[in-house]
Write a new protein. Sequence first.
Length: 378
Amino acid sequence: MQHKLDRKRLGIAIIGAGRVGLFRGEVAARHPLVDWIGIADIKPERGRLVADKCGADFVTEDFRELLARPEVNAVIVATDEHLHVAPILEAARLGLPMLIEKPLATDLAESQRVLDAINAAGVDAVVGYTQRFRRRWLAAKEKVRTGALGDVTLVTTRAFMNRLVAIDNYARTDDPASISPMVISGTHALDIVMWMMEQKTPEEVYARSIDAVLGKSHGGIDATAGMITFTDGSIYHLNISWALPVTWPGAVYSLEVGIVGTTGVLTIDDTHRDMVLAVGAPQAEGYAPDKSRLVDFLGSYPPGDMALGELRGPMREETDSWLNRVGQGVATQHATAAEAHNRLMLTKALDLSARRRAPVRLPITSEDRMPRAGLAAE
């Protein structure tokens, strides 16, 4: 760790001015080490809007123009998921540390290409698995890490998501086959579990999927249920549906987790049913608010909550932690680029198994056949 007086002044390039780019930009604008902020977005009006809200010093439609600025010494990649590759490769070429929204890429070969570039450049690149910054998962991680449960033998996770999230994701891609509930959203629960079980090696996956709703409307997948087995015999059973009705009270997600070990068990209710809002007029909760939704489980929006004009919660803590990481050398619990690639590989393997209706040995590579849209047999 650097000496407390050896602090690096930061010039932050934010590529992508969507919701997350705005959230992270507003947090960066308040950080004492940040002297300069630049914004790049392919939509000029949106770029200017976020630049104004963040008090940015520079705004452009060209991320390469932004990264070439001499003030820039750290980068946030917050574009749509399928547009991560080019800015990551350019930032790696320039030797700039990065905070990248998950996933590294939506294609496994592109993810490997990105990881190789990051490793070759030797840059510090971490990935936004925001759940790692919530107190409940940190408390769970500590109990597993310190052996309170003994050797973990079984983990179960059940994730339910409002279909507005899926519709929003499918609407933003030209290739629905490259995304799925596992790749885009299930990866968060999977990352938490794999973080808990980081000393174990997964060896096989088996899964099934269904596309009764989103298959018809978007060429996508409704839900996937699967199992990951580890070389020591441990089991992780997981399922996710992001096709729940729009009126489902969870604005984004509800999650239930059980962790069983040889000497203990830990259960976690992350369904957000402890705060229920019912109103006569919609309150714009979630990623893609819908006027028909009048009941909400507050707290189900992963980045946190806007309160008193500021974002409060895990994404704020994650962003502040990353700024301290690059500005002061502070150790953090961010997911590494290698871990993010591993999570993509696992979710792609689950999708592949569901398509083949057969077990898949791990790891898979980009040479393995990836799922196409829908669930037709290969």
